[in-house]
Design a protein around this ligand. Structure first.
Ligand code: NAD
Length: 494
């Protein structure tokens, strides 16, 4: 029997959480404090400690000490596994608190945060915990007079910098594999979502993570993030966020100690609908793909690329589906869509729409902020058609519930339009012709292509982009490679 959902408003008023930095196993105040504002109603929830470069230094030094004395990397893999699995259970036990905090700080429906974000956090910790003692090293065949060992050694101190759109999921996709292989971690969560990161870290301590193995330094990207990316004693930097920040992080890595950067960046995903597709399914997925999480997804299907012969029919169905997906208070059980993560993000979305419409195009739905009387940040599903594939709205990542409709006449043209952005993260193809599906999936330069589905994923399957969407996938056993170095040892036998 499943428990009835909680009253999210009551939980929001009573939930307790840490607000200091986590360094060396202790909660410390940082250099100053910064307000956390809820996009639900524009109110200040609390303030949190912010790290300047000095606190980042202390966190890195603590992670380095923990790594060098092998208090974690030297633990038997089976014991590290126990800690991660215990942590995953604690996340489950605190699912409602984590869900309501996610909702409070970044505005997605609490119901969804529990079903998707908290579940992903729990499962990722469990999956990498379970994987720890299943990954084997290699002993190749060499002449009898020698042994050669190829071992995966933990890379050392990992800096993780993460965004706010799926805070728990994206933090755990980085922290769990890094810890699984024995690295120490300094996590810099997004400014908009510090509370969930601190809460989960506290559960990690409770699960038995030794002091200094996981440090959390909230702070601004320009100060704390930049200090971590440019630090001389961080071995690997793993990042999810915008392409512009990814570029700065790569430059900082190169200019400091040449730490390895792994970048999961922006996207401009598409649903490409061919005339032979199941149009109802394609339209429902298109509506969902750009409105889920209020469109604040790197994989958002923000372009509908549809054959000209079926454009009106498909767009009609998309509009009908979207009409039901209007934003509301995310602490209500029935809110189909929540808030936009911040007033600034709302402003960004609206200014891209306004600027895009000034270039041409025809607004079919939405286009203005809503629920302004709430004091929060809400934007409705917005659809624009009649756009040129090179126009602003067809090119720029909006990171909001904004769909650009583009048309094509031939299969080659569909693929060319699909590829005609600087990004290469993920897109979907809708067709019932297997040959066409295969040609199109081969033709699209994307990290992920979905055929007749959208946003399918599993921990066993890597997730990452190509082109300016970045490199170095999260998830799956492949993610472990990012946090290990290959070490060769030759032993001459007598
Ligand atoms: P952002 O790049 O503004 O911030 C991401 C993180 O980087 C934050 O923690 C921020 O504080 C930090 N940061 C900012 N400037 C920095 C600097 N100079 N040096 C070091 N760190 C710095 O992105 P955002 O607005 O938080 O998130 C939205 C972006 O993330 C979108 O572009 C989206 O596509 C992308 N994203 C990508 C994926 C993916 O897997 N490819 C997933 C989710 C989000």
């Amino acid at each position: 029997m499943t428990n009835p959902p909680p009253d999210w408003h009551v939980l929001a008023a009573t939930v307790e959480y840490p607000t200091d930095l986590l360094i060396d196993g202790g909660w410390v105040p940082g250099e100053h404090r910064s307000d956390v504002v809820s996009p639900i109603d524009g109110r200040v929830i609390t303030d949190v400690a912010y790290a300047d470069a000095a606190s980042v230094d202390r966190a890195v030094a603590s992670a380095r000490r923990a790594f060098e004395d092998r208090r974690w990397s030297g633990m038997a893999p089976a014991d590290r596994k126990d800690v991660l699995i215990r942590w995953s259970h604690l996340v489950n036990e605190h699912a409602e608190q984590l869900a309501v905090l996610t909702s409070l700080e970044m505005g997605k429906p609490a119901r969804e945060a529990q079903a998707i974000d908290v579940r992903a956090c729990h499962r990722t910790l469990r999956w990498y915990g379970e994987a720890i003692d299943k990954v084997l090293d290699e002993m190749p065949s060499v002449p009898d007079s020698s042994w050669a060992l190829i071992e995966r050694e933990p890379a050392g101190v990992v800096g993780a910098i993460t965004p706010w759109n799926f805070p728990l999921t994206l933090e755990t996709w980085k922290v769990a594999p890094a810890l699984a292989v024995g690295c120490s971690v300094v996590l810099k969560p997004a400014e908009l979502s510090p509370l969930t990161a601190l809460y989960v870290a506290r559960l990690g301590l409770e699960a038995g993570l030794p002091d200094g193995v996981l440090n959390v330094v909230n702070g601004s990207g320009a100060v704390a993030g930049a200090a971590l990316a440019g630090h001389m004693d961080v071995d690997v930097i793993t990042f999810t966020g915008s392409t512009a920040t990814g570029r700065a992080i790569m430059a900082a890595a190169a200019q400091s100690n040449m730490k390895r950067p792994y970048l999961e960046l922006g996207g401009k995903g598409a649903n490409i609908v061919f005339p032979d597709a199941d149009l109802d399914k394609a339209a429902a997925a298109t509506a969902w793909a750009v409105t889920y999480n209020a469109g604040q997804m790197c994989t958002a299907g923000s372009r509908l690329i549809v054959h000209e012969s079926i454009k009106d029919e498909v767009v009609g169905k998309v509009l009908e589906a979207m009409a039901a997906l209007q934003p509301n208070d995310p602490l209500r059980h029935d809110a189909p869509l929540g808030a936009i993560a911040s007033a600034r993000q709302l402003e960004t979305i609206h200014s891209i729409v306004t600027e895009g419409l000034a270039e041409g195009g025809h607004l079919l739905m939405g286009g203005e902020p809503v629920l302004t009387e709430s004091g929060g940040s809400y934007y409705p599903p917005t659809v624009v058609e009649g756009l040129n594939p090179h126009s602003l709205l067809a090119q720029k990542e909006v990171f909001g519930p904004v769909l650009s409709v583009l048309t094509f006449a031939t299969d080659d043209e569909a693929i060319a339009i699909g590829n005609a952005t600087p990004y290469g993260l993920a897109s979907a193809i809708w067709t019932n012709d297997l040959n066409r599906a295969r040609r199109a999936s081969k033709g699209l330069r994307m990290g992920t292509v979905w055929v007749n589905c959208f946003e399918e994923g599993d921990l066993t399957v890597p997730f990452g982009g190509v082109k300016q969407s970045g490199f170095g996938s999260d998830k799956s056993l492949h993610a472990l490679e990012k946090f290990t170095n290959l070490k060769t040892t030759w032993i001459e036998l007598s």
